[in-house]
Design a protein around this ligand. Structure first.
Ligand code: AMP
Length: 424
């Protein structure tokens, strides 16, 4: 069949790489794509927020499956509109995408279904929120209700910090004024991400991962979209993964089905593994970036029939196979990221870097200029590697990075450090 991927980052390059390898894929398109994706798919300039244009393109090119990468089009209801036009789309409907689009919605759903998550309260005004914070004490976590591109959460160590976060959110510090916030208890433990494929009725576990959000070595400096990741997460033993399925993922899928909004697509659970077991921190309604890159590297099964089965409600009879090695990815970013940065610097040595055993390089923000590859964003490359151990995957990824000549770029040199420490 012909397939269209929506998105332009490293996540979409990894999806394009995997989907292009499927014997079921006849012609692959990506909108808008990037210079790396252009090797796997035909990149087309389509605006994902223009649903009518996407539908017209799908009809014109006989697209049998649309794979939606990022959360914004999902929350805007692109899957609803594609399905109404008779086009198969991988991802949740607008209603089900509220699992990511509204933290208050997700917290209420957890509470109603006994899904373990931090105790919380929802607030529409600053005064009541501050009263609650003073009464409760710190540490405490303040979250804006809507999508905030990863910036809507403040883990406050003091009451003053929490009050400042409340004012910042209600005063428009995140771009728009928050109309509602969630305040919740601070969880203590180790974080991990867990991914499951859902078909509205049931869920199939995929794999786990851990990421590094801070920009600097030793997990210091400001938060970013993610500077690296690895899969599997050592803390997610088979027993822990089963608990996450039984206590968190499957009850969520059942609750949404019962509410008349079955969840289809990939469900990404952000978890805190506490001494009492797994707790849900948040849901995302799409693959993580850069977690998707390491998942795709480890996935042995064909992704396309799995996505089609998720759309068709046929996952029950499915099973997915995974390479039992570790995959690790290091993000290379333009100097200045996550603050302001320039565009257009030349990147060389990519072919030499990709020759290292087990290495795959996905493009996150690049542009082609003749034979040159230019940086075209903050996060620019994902240098990924498989290895028998985390240490081996890490060594291969950094060996590849050392072959890349890009003076305007930088990366963290310690991705995977906790897992390496655990290994030794
Ligand atoms: P979220 O966007 O909800 O995933 O939150 C971003 C980050 O904030 C998480 O990855 C955690 O590191 C932290 N965080 C969020 N909620 C909590 C919580 N209840 N307790 C401790 N840390 C949290």
């Amino acid at each position: 069949m012909n397939i269209l991927i929506l998105g332009s980052g490293g996540r979409e390059h990894a999806l394009a790489w995997k989907i292009a390898a499927s014997p079921l894929t006849e012609k692959l398109y990506c909108a808008p794509g990037n210079a790396g994706i252009a090797r796997e798919a035909e990149c087309v300039s389509l605006d994902a927020s223009d649903h009518a244009a996407v539908i017209a393109f799908c009809k014109d090119r006989d697209i049998g499956l649309v794979v939606v990468g990022p959360e914004a089009p999902l929350c805007a209801g692109i899957v609803d509109d594609l399905e109404a036009a008779g086009i198969n789309a991988f991802g949740p409907t607008r209603w089900a995408a509220r699992l990511e689009g509204s933290k208050g919605f997700t917290k209420d759903l957890c509470k109603a279904n006994n899904i373990p998550t931090a105790a919380y309260r929802r607030f529409k005004g600053a005064d009541a929120a501050k009263d609650y914070v003073r009464e409760h004490g710190a540490p405490i976590v303040v979250k804006a209700d809507g999508l905030a591109a990863g910036k809507g959460v403040v883990v406050a160590g003091t009451i003053e910090e929490a009050e400042a976060a409340i004012d910042m959110m209600f005063d428009g510090g995140l771009g728009e004024r928050a109309w509602e916030i969630v305040i919740e208890d601070c969880l203590v433990g180790e974080e991990a991400s867990f991914f499951a494929l859902c078909d509205g009725d049931t869920a199939l576990p995929m794999a786990s991962a851990q990421d590094h959000k801070r920009v600097g070595d030793g997990d210091t400096g400001p938060n970013t979209g993610g500077m690296g990741a690895y899969s599997p997460a050592p803390i997610m033993t088979p027993e822990m993964s089963q608990r996450v399925m039984d206590e968190i993922v499957l009850p969520t899928v059942a609750a949404l089905k019962k509410a008349g909004a079955p969840y289809k697509g990939v469900l990404y659970a952000g978890l805190m593994i506490t001494k009492d077991g797994p707790q849900l921190i948040e849901y995302n309604v799409r693959f993580g970036d850069p977690e998707c890159q390491v998942l795709m590297l480890r996935m042995m099964s064909d992704l396309v029939p799995a996505m089609v089965a998720a759309c068709d409600g046929q996952l029950k009879s499915f099973n997915l196979r995974w390479v039992q090695e570790t995959a690790l990815t290091v993000v290379m970013a333009t100097k200045g990221y996550p603050g302001s940065y320039g565009k257009g610097s030349v990147i060389e040595g990519l072919d030499e870097a990709a020759k290292i055993e087990g290495v795959e390089i996905f493009h996150a923000g690049t542009k082609a200029d003749g034979d040159h590859i230019l940086a075209n964003g903050g996060r620019v490359l994902n240098v990924c590697a498989l290895g028998k151990t985390v240490r081996e995957a890490q060594a291969r990824a950094y060996e590849a990075i050392d072959r890349i000549n890009w003076p305007e770029g930088f990366c963290r040199r310690d991705i995977g450090w906790q897992a390496v420490a655990r290994e030794s």
